[in-house]
Structure formats: structure tokens, C-alpha cells
Ligand binder design. Structure first.
Ligand code: ADE
Length: 231
């Protein structure tokens, strides 16, 4: 298995992967882990990877161009893209087992408010959450997921410790985020976010958050509806 990590951090941030069991797995050659800095895929003087969100609001959003450049550089036919996100499917052992089947996994580590949502229109991206809480960075979540996957590779964990023993706003998932450019490879940012109409933007975001929660996390949706005494 080959794993590539796309982030804005140095290899030092992923220190747990260079120690102990995962380190030994790399040394024995059963897994190779590579690190790519997204700033190396920018083309401006300041090596900009993020920008302000369309429609206003706090934080910054990861831009598409550096991600697109990095992914197209390292993606192979058998590659799968994983983006750690609090909005993704929740990590559990069956998800880990699923990931074990891949030969090449690329982790896209977001930061700040997240990644321009049009990444999903450009590549098939599997979003995975490591739980219902928000970390400062997807890099930490990637470290958790990688650790959990690597230890399941046959032979990585010794017989003694057999592996067999082994944004939320108002209760809703986050809405999609977009940043410049307004159009990329024919994909346009939703017009309402360019309108400057804050009432309409807030309404659109709430609707998208509700749609997303209902579709992706029916358990959260049910809890949300109950808390509003809708049931
Ligand atoms: N990024 C920020 N919080 C996260 C979480 N809970 N799971 C995965 N990625 C994240």
C-alpha cells in the first residue's frame, strides 16, 4: 500500500506515523507514506493555499488550484482520495477494512473552514469523519485513520497483540463552502453566494445544511428534529 498526504504541514506534524508500529511497517516495506506540501503546488509569490469564503463569514477556505495541481500530479488509476471532514461518514472498523483494499490512498488534509466544495465535482472524494467534534486540521484526523488502517495490514501487528482483539451549527452538518475563482473548469459557485444578499445567503446555507444532514446523517437529523419538537 502507498499513502500520500497532501497538507500544509511538514512531516513533523505526522510524528506518530514515524514511530512505533507504523514506523516498523514502513521499514519492512508493507506500506510507503509520502508527504506533499500544498504550497509547493501554488504559483504565486506568497504560496497562497486559502482565500476568504464567498458569501462572507469567518475563516478561510482552501483554494482549488493548488489541490487540483497536487492531485493531478500524484493520482494514479488505482488511487482513492480521502478527505477527513466532520461532514463525512463516521469512521468505524468496517470503513477501515474497506480502506485496506486500496493500493494507493491520497489524504487531502483541509484546514480552516474547509475545502472549496467544487473539489467533489472534479474528483471522486470520500469524506471521513473521526467523530462528531471539530479538530483544527484534517491532518490530525488523517493520522488517526492511517494508524488504524496500517495496523490492520497483515503482519504489521505482532501475534501478541492480534488485531482480532481488537461545524455543527444547531445540530446540523456544515453547508458547502466556495472561494475564488467564481468559475473553475466550468464549475460555477452558486449564484446566491455572489449576490451580497446576506438574508438569502443565510437561508441557502441553512437549507443546504439541512439537506446534507438529512441525506448523510439520518441519526443526527432525527435528533435535530426531536430537539425542535417537530416529531
Ligand atoms: N477535521 C476537523 N475535524 C474533523 C473530524 N472530526 N474528523 C475528520 N476530519 C476533521
Amino acid at each position: 500500500m502507498r499513502i500520500d498526504i497532501l497538507s500544509i504541514f511538514s512531516e513533523n506534524y505526522f510524528a506518530p506515523l514515524n514511530d512505533s508500529i507504523v514506523k516498523r511497517a514502513q521499514e519492512s516495506g508493507v506500506v510507503q507514506i509520502g508527504y506533499r506540501n500544498l504550497r509547493d503546488y501554488t504559483d504565486d509569490l506568497h504560496r497562497t493555499v486559502d482565500d476568504r469564503p464567498y458569501g462572507g463569514g469567518p475563516g478561510m477556505v482552501f483554494k482549488l488550484e493548488p489541490l487540483y495541481n497536487a492531485i493531478t500530479d500524484i493520482k494514479r488509476e488505482e488511487s482513492v482520495l480521502i478527505c477527513p471532514s466532520p461532514c463525512g461518514e463516521v469512521l468505524c472498523q468496517s470503513v477501515i477494512k474497506d480502506l485496506l483494499c486500496y493500493k494507493h490512498i491520497i489524504f487531502i488534509c483541509g484546514h480552516y473552514e474547509g475545502i472549496d466544495d467544487r473539489i467533489n465535482n472534479l474528483f471522486p472524494v470520500r469524506e471521513i469523519s473521526i467523530g462528531d467534534y471539530v479538530l483544527t486540521s484534517g491532518a490530525l484526523a488523517s493520522t488517526v485513520i492511517i494508524d488504524a488502517v496500517v495496523r490492520q495490514i497483515p503482519g504489521v501487528v505482532g501475534c501478541g497483540d492480534s488485531v482480532l482483539e481488537d461545524s455543527f451549527y444547531d445540530g446540523l452538518l456544515d453547508h458547502p463552502h466556495y472561494t475564488r475563482p467564481a468559475e473553475f473548469m466550468g464549475l460555477r459557485v452558486p449564484e446566491v453566494l455572489l449576490s451580497g444578499n446576506h438574508h438569502e445567503i443565510a437561508k441557502w446555507r441553512k437549507e443546504k445544511a439541512e439537506e446534507s444532514t438529512k441525506r448523510r446523517r439520518p441519526d443526527l437529523w432525527e435528533r435535530y428534529m426531536k430537539s425542535k419538537h417537530i416529531y
